[in-house]
Design a protein around this ligand. Structure first.
Ligand code: NZQ
Ligand code: ZN
Length: 345
């Protein structure tokens, strides 16, 4: 394993039905002005908004709404949130939603003096509540890129709150989790190490314990002593910058083709993955099995399935603007990324 420093500052509350009690406990730590951040309206439809406001008022808090955070949150939305948080002198930002709400608020909380952040997870997959990275889209520059924000002070993972997530989103979130594990697994070093042993277990369990698998994918444990890969994510993010597509679905389309392009550069590691995760012998069989799983669960397998047709100059622009990661076993060129995108069409 490579050397590492590890510090994990998030208080994680996990368990079905833990939401109310743990939120009440957490609220006692903060001042009275709470900025309640959420997405496009699911929390109102599900009744969660009313439950939250009751808890917040019960704890003597003043609530200011910051709603309408969109999937693939934009820099503009972040700036709007920063301005509001400053205006109301927020003592706590309470982010309630999936990765998009959490990501947006991690950056909102950095504006000026950092503001404490709490996350109530309503859709799992990204594991965003576990780290201080955020993926924000700069619409003008056409870049969907990583920014560093605050770590949440606390995160509440109550699977009861995810029961209303549309099945399509549940599955794309689950695939995102699997992707995070794979993207970490195929980073360096390729020799056997404890992080990868744990990773194999998470990949195999991802279907039965989605919410904790999602957290494990991004809480840093699988990344200890490793340089991660995340090249497929970089391609997907730029695909997202140009098409505003769903993240997990974009990954599902790209992964098998991407792996067929790179596995020769790390054949031993891919064979191990085949044997330990997919219970087959060779890399190619495992990539086929991954593709079968994608089909089986109804995820898209081509860009056309996602309703996306890329013009030639868009393919070139996506390829040219994709970040090349140091941890990928093969250093991709823009030409090869173009080829991958064409094969995925
Ligand atoms: O906006 P609302 O109305 O709340 O609806 C959301 C949204 O439409 C809905 N939803 C969430 N919880 C629900 C619910 N609907 C019903 N009941 C509930 N309980 O789900 C839809 C998708 O939500 P979103 O937050 O966009 O999904 P996800 O969690 O997949 O987050 C995607 C974003 O996270 C970024 C992605 O790039 C994308 O922008 N990522 C963040 C990462 C990180 N910070 O570590 C890592 C990932 O690789 C990823 O890039
Ligand atoms: Zn992801």
């Amino acid at each position: 394993m490579n050397r590492f420093d590890y510090h994990f500052p998030v208080r994680v509350h996990f368990g079905q039905g833990c939401f109310e009690e743990t939120l009440q406990q957490e609220l006692t730590r903060y001042g009275n002005r709470v900025m309640l951040a959420y997405g496009g309206g699911s929390i109102r439809r599900t009744g969660l908004y009313d439950r939250l406001v009751t808890i917040l008022h019960g704890a003597g808090k003043t609530v200011t709404d910051f709603g309408g955070i969109m999937p693939n949150p934009t820099l503009k939305k972040v700036q709007e949130g920063q301005q509001l948080a400053r205006e109301i002198k927020a003592d706590l930002i309470l982010a309630v939603g999936g990765g998009s709400v959490s990501d947006c608020c991690k950056i909102v909380a950095t504006g000026g003096t950092p503001i404490p952040l709490g996350v109530v997870v309503t859709a799992s997959g990204t594991g965003s509540e576990q780290n201080n990275g955020a993926v924000i889209t700069d619409e003008e520059k056409k870049v969907k890129g990583a920014m560093w924000g605050v770590f949440a002070d606390f995160a509440i993972l109550d699977a009861d709150l995810t029961k209303t997530v549309p099945m399509k989103q549940v599955i794309s979130g689950a695939f995102d989790t699997l992707s995070h594990c794979m993207e970490t697994y195929f980073g360096h070093p390729h020799t056997c190490n404890l992080s990868d042993r744990i990773n194999e277990a998470v990949q195999r369990s991802a279907r039965s314990e989605l919410m904790w698998a999602s957290a494990m994918g991004e809480n840093g444990i699988l990344k200890l002593g490793k340089v991660t890969d995340f090249q497929c994510h970089m391609i997907e993010h730029q695909l997202g910058a140009y098409t505003d597509c769903n993240h997990g679905q974009g990954l599902a389309v790209l992964h098998p083709t991407f792996y067929r392009h790179i596995y020769h550069s790390a054949e031993k590691k891919f064979d191990r993955w085949a044997q330990e995760v997919w219970l087959v012998q060779h890399a190619q069989q495992a990539i086929d099995a991954l593709e079968d799983l994608i089909n089986e669960v109804g995820l898209p397998t081509t860009l056309a399935d996602m309703g996306i047709t890329l013009a030639d100059d868009t393919i070139k622009a996506i390829a040219a603007s994709t970040v090349i990661t140091p941890g990928c076993c093969k250093r991709l060129t823009p030409d090869e990324i173009e080829q991958i995108l064409r094969e995925c069409s």
